[in-house]
Design a protein around this ligand. Structure first.
Ligand code: PA5
Length: 467
């Protein structure tokens, strides 16, 4: 197991590399009482059952149920269509992309073996239309995922699919084509499950959307495409043995949170860049961006003061963004912490042949593999940033596997929760997201919400301000 452990290297955050632009051990020591309080609070919340996501790696019963259902349905369908948004979609997209073939849906069935996976996480009408050009609804299993059971985007698409399914497979076969993942008792969708006898899974009450990828929200669709969900959970469980250590110097989640916190409070580094050097991990940054932004961007502290905390997540991809964003990271404002994700061993590789021997501009590449080049480029960017006194750190994955990704996901979740404690804000609510949902309901004329329109009255629109 040890050889598959992911590692966090934060040398390039520290004073011995960055001088006065870096963090000292004294900076960390000075926060001892804050750190101890944050550790105590987090532990207490876990014991009180408030941090449901920390129980997920141990929920073997749900895991077995998921495997049972997925093993039955996955061979029956050509497509799996997931409808969900935010925390109900991003984790599945990220892990599917990380763990399966880069052109998965284009593989022939003999190679793919499991259904094509489509995740629709928007209400874009052209996507809604376009999907029916590429899937045959009669050969499709639809997994509707919404914890609240009422999110407009997800429900809107479900309504459209619902009618199409009835037309094409008949009302009595609807049940064979729909699996619903929602709250255990609350919400309109649970009612629909009960009335129609759909197969369903539960999003635990104490697991928020953006912390739910290791619940049926992510595990069911991933199991349907043969992601080894046991290994994902084992990875998370393995990481749990590190992120429960009270000593920040031995706990990668706590230390990473702490460094981001100090970078913000001491240097005003309000931007968190995640930059994997791997296309497979590109969408992990997308998943992380939601986790970080929605959990930490808060107006009020736990004691009711207006604090307007938050760090802005930025997604970058190595080496691609070396040719766009890295200029800014090297020479722009000192307002960022850049986290690289590096993969030691890629599943597949290509060695560059010894051709173009006379052309030195090309021939220096010969004999190196693509993975060599990518990892050397990561190192080069890291070295350049450090030389320019830019705070950066590197998470190394020995390889991309269910086990390492389980570790990564879980570590980042605990880091985010610990950040919430350091900032003394509630990392688990999302009043800003709810405000948008309420405004949508009000503008769409949903019953009980119309009167809320006046809360969103912005004043008159001035023509002169529109060019
Ligand atoms: O993290 C969250 O709570 C949100 O991003 C939700 O996942 C998102 O709003 C979707 O909510 P629901 O699953 O209720 O449809």
């Amino acid at each position: 197991m040890k050889k598959s452990k992911i590692r966090v290297n934060f040398n390039n955050m520290m004073k011995h590399r960055l001088g006065s632009y870096g963090i000292s051990e004294m900076d960390i020591k000075n926060l001892s009482s804050k750190i101890n309080l944050a550790i105590k609070n987090l532990k207490q919340k876990r014991e009180d059952g408030k941090l449901g996501f920390m129980y997920l790696p141990y929920d073997t019963k749900t895991n077995e149920d998921i495997k049972k259902v997925s093993s039955i349905v996955k061979d029956r369908f050509e497509n799996l269509l997931v409808l969900g948004i935010g925390g109900s979609a991003l984790g599945t997209i990220a892990l599917h992309k990380a763990l399966k073939h880069p052109f998965y849906n284009l593989l022939p069935k003999e190679k793919r073996k499991t259904p094509k996976l489509f995740v629709i996480d928007n209400v874009d009408p052209e996507v809604a239309n376009g999907i029916f050009d590429v899937i045959d609804i009669k050969k499709t299993l639809v997994n509707v995922i919404t914890k609240s059971g009422e999110t407009a985007e997800t429900v809107a698409f479900m309504k459209i699919i619902w009618d199409k399914l009835i037309k094409q497979v008949g009302k009595n076969k609807l049940r064979d084509h729909i699996v619903i993942t929602t709250d255990k008792t609350k919400g309109a969708l649970r009612k629909i499950v009960n009335e129609n006898g759909f197969i369903s899974f539960t999003v635990p009450e104490n697991v928020g959307g953006r912390f739910s990828v290791l619940s049926p929200v992510g595990l069911f669709p991933l199991a349907c495409v043969d992601v080894d969900i046991d290994e994902l959970l084992k990875g998370a469980e393995y990481m749990d043995s590190f992120v429960t250590i009270n000593n920040v110097w031995k706990n990668p989640a706590f230390m990473s949170a702490l460094l981001h916190y100090i970078a913000d409070k001491k240097f005003g580094a309000k931007i968190t860049v995640m930059m994997p050097y791997s296309n497979a991990l590109k969408d992990i940054s997308d998943w992380f961006a939601q986790l970080w932004a929605e959990s930490l961007g808060k107006k009020y502290s736990n004691d009711g003061k207006i604090v307007n905390e938050g760090l802005t997540p930025v997604k970058a991809l190595g080496a691609t963004d070396q040719h766009s964003q890295v200029q800014l990271y090297n020479e722009g404002p000192y307002d960022k912490v850049i986290t690289f994700i590096r993969v030691e061993n890629f599943k597949k590789d290509e060695v560059m042949p010894h051709n173009f021997k006379e052309e030195e501009t090309f021939s220096y590449l010969s004999g190196y593999s693509m993975a060599d080049l990518l990892n050397i480029e990561q190192r080069a960017t890291e070295v350049a940033l450090t030389k320019n006194k830019r705070m950066n750190m590197t998470i190394t994955l020995p390889e991309i596997s269910e086990f390492t990704l389980g570790q990564l996901i879980y570590m980042l979740e605990v880091e985010t929760a610990f950040m919430g404690e350091l900032y003394n804000i509630n990392a688990f609510d999302q009043p800003g997201v709810e405000a948008g949902k309420i405004a949508t309901y009000a503008l769409m004329g949903r019953k009980g919400y119309k009167e809320k329109l006046k809360d969103f009255n912005l004043g008159k629109e001035i023509k002169r301000y529109i060019i």
